[in-house]
Ligand binder design. Sequence first.
Ligand code: CAA
Length: 259
Amino acid sequence: MQFETLTIAIENRIGILTVNRPKALNALNSQVLEDLEKAVEAIEANKEIDVVILTGEGKAFVAGADITEMKDMNADEGRTFGAYGMHVFRKIELSSKPYIAAVNGFALGGGCELAMSCDIRVASEKAKFGQPEVGLGITPGFAGTQRLARLVGTGKAKELIFTADIISAVEAEKIGLVNAVVAPDDLMQTAKTMAEKIVANAQLSVRYAKSAINRGSETDIETAMVIEQDLFGLCFATEDQKEGMTAFVEKRAPKFVTR
Ligand code: CAA
């Protein structure tokens, strides 16, 4: 599938989705958001892809929503633009497939929000994170106030958003915004190694676990435990559960088949 502002490659059941607008540091204009939505839908339907790595071309992951496009928006247009970005990012979050953000450089504003809509974040030592919107006269608009607060707690989220501070990858790891920080040259291999481990497991189990964590973290613990019970139960109706447990008993590696 061809896109104006993105590329998709497939390697060993891993989809590599690259935002490719490096002249504007991969800033998210309407075209990038539309391409991203179509790419996420195509990946969801593609039986050759189990796990996705999302990264940026050049020195930025994504330097935010496109300021040039937003500059002259009125209140209605701003709201609609924000709602569309949220809608696209929510598709990533709700995708049945795990997304790993390989954060190669600037992840600011909408770029930090995009990384946060992924399931796991691995960062290069060169990456920088921040929500600098209040310095532009706006708030975060692609759900940054919500996802950052959920990831790092309301106190740290308020500090980052109110000060517009840009933080290093090491600081981002310290506060729980990223899972790991690696040398720039090791970034893609680290993300791929993580993706390969996921690919080797039972895909339905991985997808059920993603759903349980996502849905459970948005509700009370009693309801969340029922969600887990239901999905745990459903696993026992799969071929992969029989195979996984039989392989354990027979002391051999499992061969999972469900995609
Ligand atoms: N929107 C539009 N264009 C952008 C952009 C953005 N968010 N970020 C960078 N660019 C463009 C620059 O205008 C520049 O274009 P020209 O070459 O045509 O002048 C090009 O990308 C390269 O950028 P710089 O020359 O500024 O590169 P730098 O290395 O000197 O600085 C930077 C890098 C610190 C990331 C700086 O570009 C910057 O501060 N960018 C804006 C970051 C930002 O404020 N992001 C939040 C946007 S608001 C948002 O995201 C709202 C939301 O929540 C939905």
